[in-house]
Design a binder for this molecule. Structure first.
Ligand SMILES: *Cc1c(COP(=O)(O)O)cnc(C)c1O
Length: 389
């Protein structure tokens, strides 16, 4: 085999993407003001970010990040079990547990790492994982990595879920995990987590629920939608979205935490989060409970946008959160619309297959507390113009 052939799989895979008009590339952006993004020298209103509360630029997060770096150094220097558990890690975990109401919390370096790492540590080839059809890719990767049998139920379809749980009872799996999200990242709709929990207890299944898009922005004081639901064995929250920082955590029982410290390679074999990040998260946690008006602001904009889009004849799926998909359908039309919006000063990227199902291409709008009424109106006006062009 010649050298050229050795890498041909890469060349042909990339060519395939070009032919499909689906080649992706990285765009370097600048963010100065919270709701403004600069791309290739041009400014846009950013409707594609996850900084839901505008905290990534908050002075308290920045200063605590600085001061933790000065006090504790720029790196944590080791994994948690070696010498990388600083007082700031354990204090933050206790503070998180207290605020969210979990028996215990354990930090992870990212949501992706938490989901792949935890699922593969709590299920094995004798287990069954039943996941909602629309769960995040990190959960899918975790399920695959575990070696468990992996089944999917139709999105938010509890009858289908119950059917699969019933069938599982007749098999001899060592355990069954049900995996869902509270707020789904591409549709912004919300799962019936209490009912799912009820089904799990009825069929003795374990429940894994990812609250990434809810914490900080939904639920009482921004606690998300998992707290208060009994029977959630693993609750995931991430700090890269409404918390404006980076990292993730699991809320669980003390015993589960001890199990993960002993059996989860994603905890054991990785350097713990650096002091700068812990400082930002800690500062965010001090601010978030009091941000009801910001949360209300986002929900008001969400409602106004959904109504305006419905009036224009667009489907916003079952969005019930700050994530509002405007479903267009065809890929090329969605790309054209995204470019049209860009011409009108709006950064709203097209989401296409394989991220969403074929024929379900969409413009996915995320609303944040930093958006003004005028900016949301500008977005609505641009859609009106597109519709009447
Ligand atoms: C964003 C997201 C993740 C990944 O979290 P990161 O901290 O960005 O790695 C995991 N699950 C869901 C549902 C998410 O939306």
């Amino acid at each position: 085999m010649s050298q050229g052939d050795k890498h041909s799989y890469i060349t042909s895979a990339l060519e395939k993407r070009v032919i499909e008009n689906r080649l992706r590339s990285l765009k370097t952006v600048q963010t100065s003001d919270k709701s403004i993004i600069k791309v290739d020298g041009k400014e846009y209103i950013n409707f594609s970010g996850n900084d839901y509360l505008g905290l990534s630029k908050h002075p308290d997060l920045i200063s605590k990040s600085h001061s933790f770096t000065e006090q504790y150094g720029s790196g944590s220097t080791a994994s948690r079990l070696i010498s990388g558990t600083l007082s700031i890690h354990t204090q933050l975990e206790d503070k998180l547990a207290k605020f969210f109401g979990y028996e215990a919390c354990l930090l992870f370096n990212s949501g992706f790492q938490a989901n792949t790492g935890i699922l593969s540590a709590i299920a094995d080839r004798h287990s069954l994982i039943i996941g909602d059809k629309k769960i995040h890719n990190s959960l899918i990767q975790g399920a695959k990595l575990s070696g468990a049998e992996f089944k999917r139920y139709s999105h938010n379809d509890l009858e289908h879920l119950e059917d699969l749980l019933k069938k599982a009872q007749k098999q001899d799996y060592n355990r069954v995990w049900v995996v869902t999200e509270t707020v789904f990242s591409m549709d912004g709709d919300i799962s019936a987590i209490k009912k799912i929990s009820g089904l799990c207890s009825k069929y003795s299944a374990h429940l894994y629920s990812d609250d990434a898009h809810a914490i900080g922005i939904l639920g009482e004081k921004g606690r998300g939608l998992n707290p208060g639901v009994s029977g959630v064995d693993i609750s995931i929250g991430t700090f890269g979205k409404a918390f404006g920082a980076f990292g993730a955590f699991v809320g669980c029982s003390r015993e589960m935490k001890e199990y993960l410290i002993n059996y989860c390679p994603a905890v054991i074999y990785t350097t713990s989060l650096p002091p700068s990040v812990i400082g930002s998260i800690d500062a965010a946690l001090d601010l978030i409970p009091a941000m009801d008006s910001e949360r209300q602001h986002v929900q008001d904009h969400s409602r106004a946008l959904k109504k305006a889009m419905t009036d224009l004849g667009y489907s916003t799926s079952d969005s019930n959160s700050q994530i509002v998909p405007i479903v267009i359908g065809k890929e090329d039309e969605t790309l054209e619309l995204s470019a049209f919006l860009a011409d009108h000063g709006i950064y709203a990227i097209a989401i296409r297959p394989p991220t969403v199902a074929k024929g379900a291409s969409r413009i996915r709008i995320t609303l944040t507390a930093s958006h003004s009424d005028e900016q949301v109106q500008q977005l609505i006006n641009a859609f009106k113009e597109w519709k009447n062009r």
